[in-house]
Ligand binder design. Structure first.
Ligand code: NPW
Ligand code: K
Length: 472
């Protein structure tokens, strides 16, 4: 797990005030971090075009030009000139080592965007927008300095923003790079130390980035005397769209629940043989999941009695967010509860619980802030806000999972996720661990799919659950 930050200003200040470092020194490390990435990828002589802006993001780019000059065919473009003191100083140095200025944007094997970083303070002008479009249209490898130009401090992209293959970010990882919309622009993300080890640079944070090595597959069954009752009993409500419940139930069984029962209202057409059926929650159930394809089958009284009045750990998903009786659960402080809304469901939930209307767009632009506000209001509840980079919130802490792929953008992926989480709850995991591990398992299952990304089915995910392993 790595830490994420809203910005690095306080940590930069610490470098100057406590460690006696200078801006010049930090910048040299920032530029050297980019130079290293370029040297690893390109042979001497390759053309590197660096588009540098007027501030210190541009100054990083100008410094990079100096570091590469001599070994590479460097072209430096300064469409707005050099304005900050550091940019002027770096330009003077770059000139002295012979860095040539580019008249216009020209084709290159490596294209570096050092136009704007943390200081972008207003929309891009037409001229800069056109420049970013031209850079995007070039064929070469694209490297963004600190943050791709056009993303604001939340990560929200302008209509045109630089599309990087690699973002080399300075000092520490920023939340903005992990907003769903930013996923289109950032490419791979590498973080560079600025003159001190990351450990010394970083401050406390309440936001974390999940990594592959955080995944711990469910415990192997190493007790030969264990029986099915040793691994919990997941009860999955199966409603009008029965496929959703069947997917969730199948995922739960595959992810280790000792028993899985589909709680049904009407006889199912063809449930898998390993799932049991019941019209009530079995007395020995150890966790519940409800909402996937639920519809209107179940009477309110039954839901009250079997789900709301129960103390079992529970996953609420999909249609559960349209049922006020089920939403009472969010107020149950002493229960393990995971809620898994997608942004439109989160909007509905927000209106009901927070009495405030938000559009899906507002939610997507402010995912981190809203997840934080939700967690401040309902600290005990584990919120898993779905998206390209799902955010899990609990007790005011956020965990971001950047590992998912577009192959997951298909009906049924969310049902599988609910099944994974209820399987872990049934086996005794705490709600936060169940949400984190379920989310990681889903992403890793998708990554292990070998077919074309458009072709993956929820059943492919379920098949892969048995062979997941963490990288390390
Ligand atoms: N702090 C540190 O210790 C370290 C910082 N580092 C680096 O510094 C970067 C931050 O630098 P920064 O603060 O100078 O901001 P930056 O992104 O260059 O933009 C500011 C300039 O752009 C201008 N401008 C803004 N928006 C504009 C627009 N739409 N259209 C046109 N102009 C616009 C703005 O002009 P103004 O608003 O004043 O008119 C100003 O001139 C950071 O991302 C990292 O790369 C590293 O070296 C490590 C150490
Ligand atoms: K940039």
């Amino acid at each position: 797990m790595q830490r994420l930050y809203r910005n690095c200003y306080a940590m930069d200040r610490k470098c100057y005030e406590e460690y006696g470092l200078t801006e010049d020194l930090l910048m040299e490390h920032a530029a050297e971090g980019m130079a290293r990435q370029i040297r690893e990828r390109f042979d001497a002589g390759a053309r590197v075009l660096i588009a540098a802006g007027p501030g210190n993001n541009g100054a990083d780019g100008i410094t990079l030009a100096r570091l590469l000059q001599g070994r590479y065919d460097v072209r430096l473009s300064l469409p707005l000139g050099a304005k900050s003191a550091m940019a002027k100083l770096q330009l003077e140095r770059a000139r002295k080592v012979g860095v040539p200025l580019a008249e216009a944007v020209e084709a290159a094997e490596c294209i570096v965007d050092a136009l704007f970083g943390a200081g972008l303070s207003r929309p891009l002008s037409e001229e800069i927008t056109a420049l970013v479009e031209r850079l995007n249209d070039l064929e070469g490898f694209k490297l963004a300095c600190d943050i791709p130009t056009g993303l604001d401090e939340r990560g929200v992209p302008s209509p045109v923003a630089f599309r990087a293959d690699l973002t080399v970010t300075m000092g520490a990882l920023k939340e903005a790079l992990y907003l769903d919309a930013a996923k289109e622009y950032v490419g791979r993300i590498e973080c560079v130390d600025l003159g001190v080890e990351r450990l010394l640079y970083e401050e406390e944070s309440t936001t974390y980035l999940l990594e592959e090595s955080d995944f711990l597959p469910p415990l192997r069954r190493d007790r030969p005397s264990a029986h099915k009752g040793s691994f919990g009993h997941a009860a999955v409500f199966c409603g009008e769209k029965e496929g959703a419940g069947i997917l969730a139930g199948s995922a739960a069984a595959r992810f280790g629940a000792g028993l899985t029962t589909l709680v049904i209202h009407e006889k199912l057409s063809a449930p898998p043989a390993f799932l049991m059926l019941s019209t009530t929650v079995p007395p020995r159930a150890t966790a519940l999941a409800i909402g996937m394809g639920l519809g209107e089958y179940f009477e309110e009284e039954l839901l009250e009695k079997e789900v709301v009045d129960s103390s079992l750990p529970v996953v609420l998903d999909a249609d559960a967010f349209a049922k006020p009786e089920l939403l009472q659960i969010v107020h149950q402080e002493n229960r393990e509860v995971v809620i898994t809304p997608h942004p439109a469901e989160f909007a509905r939930l927000w209106k009901y619980l927070m009495k405030e209307e938000l559009s899906v767009e507002e939610i997507q632009e402010n995912r981190f802030e809203l997840a934080r506000r939700f967690s401040a209001r309902f600290p005990r509840i584990v919120l898993l806000l779905k998206g390209a980079n799902p955010i899990i919130a609990h007790l005011g802490e956020l965990y971001v999972n950047p590992l998912g792929t577009v192959a997951l953008a298909k009906g049924g992926s969310g049902d599988v996720l609910s099944g994974l989480i209820v399987a872990l709850l049934a086996q005794g995991y705490e709600a936060l661990d169940a949400a984190i591990q379920g989310s990681l398992a889903l992403a890793l299952a998708a990554r292990s799919y070998e077919g074309a990304d458009y072709s993956m089915l929820p059943t492919d995910l379920i098949e892969r659950l048995g062979s997941l392993s963490s990288e390390e």
